[in-house]
Design a protein around this ligand. Structure first.
Ligand SMILES: [Ca+2]
Ligand SMILES: [Ca+2]
Length: 403
């Protein structure tokens, strides 16, 4: 697990990342303050942005209110322009809090949903043009005539928020394991209209490194399901274990991913087109070997190092978002990672280039049980958070207390 590093080390790290090398040789300072010694950095990194100072103060106190309750494993949550909050239970139910504040269920045909173990109704995203198109995307297990898979489909919702109507299928060939283990699956709707899709490796030894499988990948597709320009065969990045978090860092074009570690090393990764994130659990024939590292540069040459990892043991990290508002003070712009096993949020202040973290702080530890999904909410710098306890689960609104 890497510690916060100096500015010089951040520069060295960016060089290491560009060169696709392990970070193990990076000189790691003990101070979180930026260094003045960046003149020693190599020429290729001389125009890299300097690392920001670590946050000047402690994390603000958090205010938490309940938005939806009485739920059973709400997996994802989105907020529409009219203020409607939509969540979906993994077992197959859409629930909203409408703009009048009323909690109610939406009608939707989920008759072909494959819900088992970790798989079911998972990622939800509003289309970037939702206000005009009323289009919503889901990623979910699907029972098919030729076996089960995980699919990404489009729906429209009526203006009164009474029913979702399925309108198409974008992706129908993401693999799923019998029993649903490591099914992913997160959707990120990019402002440019394309979709990024984080998938799981189906607990299969060869899937993460197999370019003929959509498992253990981050996919990048257009809204008709075709490959985006930077994603041959739809594969944007590979070598992942179980991708359940995707987020754009505000004010940048940096896309971050979180994935679930084995018994250790949940990871936050900065995605680079074509990047291989180094999970290769096929050391023993036909065995899903989870004793391999989450990033294995020896067996996966060029494997990209994580920006942050949990170390040992895993805390189980299903999503990431970013603080976005002056209310967060010196923690504005930090990554926020949710934790199921650790029952907390982890805040990470990042270097400008996104390749390193410069400070870490925990919040809400042990307060709401297992925590799953994170979604930016509104103009007061808050975000929505779903719990993952299996009974009386909630969608919470978390905001920083000012002053
Ligand atoms: Ca990795
Ligand atoms: Ca999210």
């Amino acid at each position: 697990m890497k510690k916060p590093v100096t500015g010089a080390a951040v520069l060295a790290m960016s060089v290491a990342l560009l060169a696709a090398c392990s970070a193990d040789t990076t000189d790691q300072g003990s101070s979180a303050e930026p260094s003045e010694s960046s003149a020693t950095a190599s020429q290729s990194s001389s125009d890299a942005a300097p690392s920001p100072a670590a946050p000047a103060g402690p994390l603000p106190n958090l205010s938490v209110t309940t938005v939806l309750d009485g739920l059973d494993k709400p997996w994802d949550v989105v907020v529409a322009p009219d203020g409607t909050v939509l969540t979906g239970e993994r077992s197959g139910r859409f629930v909203i809090r409408d703009s009048a504040g009323v909690q109610r269920e939406l009608n939707a045909d989920l008759g072909d949903l494959y819900a088992a173990g970790e798989t079911g109704l998972m990622g939800i995203a509003l289309a970037t043009d939702f206000a005009a198109s009323r289009t919503i995307y889901t990623c979910q297990g699907v029972r098919g005539d030729d076996g089960n898979h995980i699919g990404v489909m489009s729906w429209t919702v009526d203006p009164q928020w009474t029913a979702l109507t399925r309108t198409g299928t974008l992706v129908d060939d993401i693999p799923v394991a019998d029993g649903g283990r490591h099914g992913g699956c997160r959707i990120l709707a990019h402002p440019d209209g394309t979709l990024y899709i984080g998938t799981g490796d189906t607990a299969s030894p060869t899937v993460p490194q197999d370019r003929n499988s959509l498992g253990g990948k981050v996919l990048h597709v257009n809204t008709d399901g075709t490959a985006a320009a930077d994603a041959p065969d739809r594969i944007f990045t590979l070598g992942h274990r179980n991708v359940q978090g995707l987020a754009i860092r505000p004010g940048t074009d940096q896309i971050f991913e979180v994935e679930q570690g084995t018994s250790r090393d949940d990871e936050l990764n900065l995605l680079v087109p074509g990047g291989n994130y180094g999970y290769r659990p096929d050391r023993r024939s036909s065995v899903y070997d989870e004793s391999v590292p989450m990033t294995d540069p020896d067996r996966v040459p060029g494997a990209l190092p994580a920006v942050w990892s949990s170390g040992d043991p895993t805390i189980a990290t299903p999503d990431v978002t970013f603080t976005d508002g002056e209310q967060w003070g010196s923690w504005n712009g930090a990554a926020v990672i949710s934790s199921q096993q650790g029952e907390k949020l982890v805040f990470l202040a990042l270097s400008d280039d996104g390749t390193e973290y410069v400070a870490e702080a925990d919040a809400l530890e042990g307060t709401y049980g297992r925590l799953r999904s994170l979604t930016p909410f509104g103009s007061d710098g808050g975000f929505l958070l779903t719990t993952d306890n299996g009974s009386d689960d909630q969608v919470l609104l978390v905001t920083p207390e000012v002053g």
